[in-house]
Design a protein around this ligand. Structure first.
Ligand code: HEM
Length: 313
């Protein structure tokens, strides 16, 4: 677990609020509840070594566990509902540990600090008097947080993906990468699908079966792997490295770190996802955390969440 600058009660309250918003779904994650666990192989590129000395980015193929998910807290949410989708990747290292990348289908984040995120989530809680959230709660938050308003604006424009394998995913935070020669740079991970992006109209998405993203992936993987390029967007001097709401200019260089092939859905996916924890602070030598307060809060939040769900709460 990494030291967060947020007081522990704020982190516990974040998880509590997410659980309240999700409703009672014992044993499930309060966010990204509906998921699908797959196996895959990552092959680092020759350029990766120039960025970092991290052992899983030096040459040989690395086995991975991949979880695709819907950010909603309802494990039965219809796949046609517009929302953030995600890909979590665990690189399985020779020492038995994992290095993880958690990435969402939209760039950026809604809050700059855990306190701000808590304010945003609380604005969505139902008022006990009416059973509904205060109509002006979220608009008021967005009016005083322009970066959050910009994020929500981008999210509203985002169509439903036609496939988990045809969406780009972004890890949002900056990490500090150190190469064998001691050179250092900040970078942000992006996964880009080799098959290109594909989306559905709201009408088409609504007509598909509730778990069409799973069915689609199952069919796709029968004919071969689904591949993604892992890119590192490298920061220029002055780019913010502690603010996940601030996007870096699109023309920053993107270095290809390697290629991920998703090869099959785990036959024990439902059990696997209960025991798995992905944590963006799980990393190796050659990769350090930035001072992003959202990044630094996540490990403790995920540990609390795991403890609650593994007790069947
Ligand atoms: C302070 C901010 C955040 C909090 C409190 C938070 C909280 C959570 C919690 C409680 C879970 C369920 C964990 C579990 O039970 O294993 C979760 C899952 C997840 N979160 Fe966050 N989150 C935050 C920020 C972010 C950001 C910035 C991203 C962007 C990539 C993100 C992406 C994900 C993903 C992909 C999962 C699913 C992981 C999996 O497949 O197991 N979260 N989050």
């Amino acid at each position: 677990m990494s030291a967060s600058t947020a007081p522990q009660p704020v982190i516990a309250q974040l998880v509590e609020t997410m659980r309240a918003l999700a409703g009672p779904h014992p044993g499930f994650r309060p966010a990204h509840a509906k998921g699908l666990v797959c196996a895959g192989t990552f092959r680092p590129s020759a350029d990766a070594r120039g960025m970092t000395r991290a052992p899983h980015l030096q040459g040989g193929p690395v086995p991975t566990v991949v979880r695709f998910s819907n950010a909603n807290g309802n494990p039965d949410v219809h796949d046609g509902v517009p929302n953030v989708r995600a890909m979590s990747v665990k690189f399985q290292l020779a020492n038995g540990k994992g290095a993880d990348i958690l990435a969402n289908s939209i760039e950026g984040f809604v809050a700059r600090t855990p306190e701000e995120f808590l304010e945003f989530l609380r604005a969505q809680l139902p008022d006990p008097a009416t059973g509904k959230p205060a109509p002006d709660g979220v608009p008021k938050f967005l009016a005083s947080h322009p970066a959050a308003a910009a994020f929500v604006g981008r999210l509203m424009q985002k169509p439903v993906p036609a496939s988990y394998a045809q969406t780009s995913y972004h890890a949002e935070h900056a990490f500090l990468f150190t190469a064998a020669d001691g050179s250092r740079r900040f970078g942000r991970y992006h996964f880009v699908p080799e098959a290109g992006e594909a989306t559905l109209s709201p009408d088409e998405a609504g007509k598909r079966s509730p778990s069409f993203l799973r069915d689609e992936l199952e069919n796709r993987l029968r004919t071969g792997p689904a591949a993604f390029r892992l890119l590192l967007q490298v920061a220029a001097e002055g780019d913010p490295t502690d603010d996940p709401t601030a996007l870096w200019p699109a023309d920053r260089p993107r270095v290809e770190l390697g290629r991920l092939e998703v090869t099959g859905i785990s036959p024990t996916s439902a059990q696997d996802e209960r025991r798995l924890v992905f944590d963006p602070t799980n990393r190796t030598d050659g990769i350090d955390l930035s001072n992003d307060p959202i990044l630094l809060a996540r490990s403790a939040a995920y540990a609390i969440s795991y403890e609650r769900r593994s007790k069947g709460e």
